[in-house]
Design a protein around this ligand. Structure first.
Ligand code: F6R
Length: 367
């Protein structure tokens, strides 16, 4: 009898040609290395009035995780900027964290230029590109992270430095303690979800099998907002499937009505609820009622129970489950998780409009 496709480690290796699963298996190590690197960050800025994190895709998600994590403890407003320009309020009292793994993302470079013009306090996290070149030349504080990874797999290097930078500036506290719990938990989760663990004992493999050919809809709440967003991005980029994310309780005010007339479409979706043993009562009731409504539409229901004590450990360990699941789902679909040829095509084709070139030449004029 042949083994289930996800229990055939050789098959996983054959489909996952560039070894994306390796980043999941080694994520605790990557987080630890990122923390050691971030420890070297030196920032001599005064305390900021507000914080803007500018980044896209796999680089921008670190900003959302930071915003959600810090929400219950920092007095400063945090915004994630995915526009070419910064919001009007950005000024010299604004801390702008520019994150771009490649250092060549048009929107991030444009936000960097805008931050320089507005004389904001800037800190860059990048591995290369025009961002690194200009940060070095203009002596803008920055952290160079190791290159050669797909940006979304470099999340530890793109997220942890933001956290440490904020902690060093006195804008948040407790990051270091929560990180050490996170590392331990991520290590355990990585072992439990590794390719060698069979479907029966491997939560991510089972989740991927349950999702099967459907399109996942990820429902988060509170600080799981950014976690749900990360799941969706990983399903898109690794599994190459349409996916979406929503957050409680907003989804109770629109999304649920959409399932009323789903008809045959209902079967094309699966809903993944991000749960937490300590979820507030108000949210718990909403999740339970929503589960029933979604089930009536024929949508498959799945749940992920967060593990860990601290907010950060719960967030990052759930992210880890999503990362594994998206890779196993890619394998089920027979697609290599690593290449993102559509993003590359878009970036290449966009070059013709000359926008990025103009931003880079404006940067070059600054001294
Ligand atoms: C690719 C990926 C993308 C990139 C995005 C921005 O792995 O995850 O979402 O992160 O296109 O590029 P960077 O991160 O280089 O600024």
């Amino acid at each position: 009898m042949s083994r289930p496709v996800l229990d055939d480690v050789e098959n996983i290796k054959a489909v996952d040609k560039s070894n994306m699963i390796n980043f999941c298996v080694n994520s605790a190590k990557l987080y630890r290395e990122a923390a050691a690197l971030a420890d070297k960050i030196k920032v001599n800025y005064p305390k900021a009035d507000n914080v803007i994190i500018a980044g896209m895709g796999g680089s921008g998600i670190g900003g959302d995780l930071l915003k959600d994590w810090a929400r219950n403890q920092t007095a400063v407003p945090i915004e994630v900027n995915r526009e070419y320009e910064l919001p009007e309020y950005a000024d010299k009292k604004t801390l702008v964290l520019i994150t771009s793994y490649s250092g060549d993302t048009e929107e991030s470079l444009s936000a960097f230029l805008d931050a320089l013009k507005r004389k904001c306090m800037i800190f860059c996290v990048t591995s290369d590109g025009a961002l690194l070149e200009n940060a070095e030349r203009l002596k803008v504080p920055h952290l160079r992270v190791p290159s050669g990874m797909p940006p979304r797999a470099a999340l530890p290097y793109l997220f942890v430095p933001l956290l440490i930078c904020m902690e060093k500036m006195g804008l948040v506290s407790g990051a270091s303690e929560e990180l050490s719990e996170s590392f331990q938990l991520i290590q355990k989760i990585s072992q439990d979800n590794a390719p060698e663990k069979s479907t029966i004992e491997n939560f991510s493999k089972a989740l991927a099998l349950n999702i099967g050919q459907t399109s996942p809809v990820v429902y988060g709440f509170g600080f799981y907002r950014s976690v749900a967003m990360r799941f969706k991005q990983q399903f898109n980029e690794n599994s190459k499937i349409p996916a979406k994310w929503e957050v409680f309780s907003e989804l109770n005010h629109n999304e649920i009505v959409g399932w009323e007339r789903a008809g045959k479409l209902g079967k094309c979706f699966s809903a993944i609820f991000l749960r937490d043993a300590e979820e507030p009562n108000a949210i718990q009731s909403r999740i339970e009622i929503t589960r029933e409504l979604v089930e009536q539409a024929g949508v498959g229901l799945m749940e992920i129970q967060a593990q860990g004590k601290s907010r950060l450990a719960r967030m990052l360990s759930t992210v880890c489950i999503g990362d594994f699941t998206s890779v196993y789902l890619a394998v089920l679909h027979g697609v290599d998780p690593t290449p993102v040829k559509t993003i590359n095509y878009l970036k290449e084709t966009l070059k013709q409009n000359g926008v990025k070139e103009k931003v880079i030449s404006e940067l070059a004029k600054l001294s």
